[in-house]
Write a protein that binds this ligand. Structure first.
Ligand code: COA
Length: 354
């Protein structure tokens, strides 16, 4: 039976370290508050005008491609997961193709917009393409340049302190061996789309306002179609930044993480006792610790790095997995479980035999 194996993995984080103390200089927050609620000590920010979501993805991809032992022109499909694309359109998939200098136009490029679960969704999509024999070398990346789109005033502190920049990548190939992706699970529930969202600019024209807890006056007049996408009113009122109802998100996350992990293990014919390494999306250290307790896992069976990188959304799972791999914490034959939950809401799981 054809399976999807991870032939190469890589990650990249920018050099610039931003501590909680640095943030406390520009907004009303403290190191104590951030560490106590999230576990985060510091995060990385990309270099303005020098780095982007795409350029960071390229750095991570180069490592993954090298470890896979292939040339970049052997890549026959690119899957790019991000919520912070360089452009509104075109997507980062084609920008990455250009950045890597891939001249093979037979390579397709697909962008995935599933926020924190984007990478695990992408892995599931890649797995289907590989198992049907359609592609032989899929480059899957998750990359985020959050620092370009956050509110650094006190108004945005509940969101801004959580997020960091970075990228992770994998090269996926077919294998006849009994290893690689054993099962994946994908879920969504759009009921709570606005609980964690980056709404403007967008083509909604205020249509979904009834779903927002905080009434938002979008400041449109009927004649101003051109300005409904983005206008001064939105900018003045901070409606161009991410919005999050933190406690609601927290409660959903601690419910959905264990559910999707158990479901995916069951599909793979495994139990929670079989997990060697759990790589949870790095949403919040408190969420990961809750999930660890629910799964009955030891500290050395869960990889957390949110303390130094913050929440890097679509990049967090591959960065954490790559770090664990480089540290020798993931070995041949290990059962590795990936799980993510985020905006949408969407959540997803994957079980891999390394
Ligand atoms: N520094 C200091 N105070 C802050 C703050 C910050 N960075 N952010 C918010 N506060 C304040 C609030 O203004 C509020 O003050 P008030 O009581 O005077 O009104 C107080 O802290 C509590 O705010 P609240 O939002 O209820 O905090 P919380 O305990 O829920 O913690 C989160 C906030 C965001 C850390 C927490 O809800 C969380 O982690 N949620 C999940 C987020 C997540 O994982 N997101 C990614 C999903 S993929």
């Amino acid at each position: 039976m054809l399976r999807t194996k991870i032939a190469g993995i890589g990650y990249y984080v920018p050099e610039k370290v931003v501590t909680n103390h640095d943030l406390a200089k520009v907004m009303d927050t403290t190191d104590e508050w951030i560490q106590e609620r999230t576990g985060i000590v510091e995060r990385r920010y990309g270099k303005k005008h020098k780095e982007t979501t795409t350029s960071m993805a390229a750095r991570a991809s180069e490592v993954a491609i090298k470890r896979a032992g292939i040339s970049k022109d052997e890549i026959d499909f690119i899957i790019f997961a991000t919520l912070s694309p360089d452009y509104y359109f075109p997507g980062c998939g084609v920008l990455l193709q250009r950045e890597l200098g891939i001249t093979n136009t037979a390579a397709g490029a697909l962008d995935i917009r599933n926020q924190c679960s984007g990478f695990v969704y992408g892995l599931s999509v890649a797995d289907q393409f590989i198992r049907t024999g359609m592609y032989k070398n899929i480059l899957l990346v998750g990359s985020e340049m959050h620092s370009m789109g956050l509110d650094f005033s006190t108004r945005g502190r509940n969101v801004t302190v959580i997020f960091g920049d970075g990228a992770g990548a994998m090269v996926l190939q077919p294998t006849q061996e009994d290893k690689g992706v054993l099962a994946t699970s994908l879920h969504s529930d759009g009921t709570y789309a606005e609980k964690l969202a980056f709404i403007n600019p967008g083509a909604h024209g205020g249509y979904h306002a009834a779903h927002m807890d905080e009434a938002q006056d979008f400041g449109y007049s009927d004649a101003e179609y051109g300005e409904m996408f983005i206008n001064e009113h939105m900018i003045e009122n901070g409606q161009i930044f991410p919005y999050m109802e933190g406690q609601f998100v927290f409660k959903m996350a601690v419910q959905k993480f264990p559910e999707v992990i158990l479901e995916t293990l069951e599909k793979a014919g495994l139990k929670k006792e079989d997990i060697d390494m759990l790589i949870p999306h790095q949403a919040n250290l408190r969420i990961s610790q809750f999930v660890q307790r629910r799964m009955g896992l030891r500290d050395d069976q869960v990889w957390n790095n949110i303390q130094k990188f913050g929440n890097t959304t679509a990049a967090s799972v591959p960065i954490a997995l790559c770090e664990a791999y480089e540290a020798g914490a993931v070995k041949d034959g290990d059962i590795v479980c990936l799980a993510a939950f985020g905006s949408g809401f969407t959540w997803a799981g994957a079980v891999i035999r390394w």
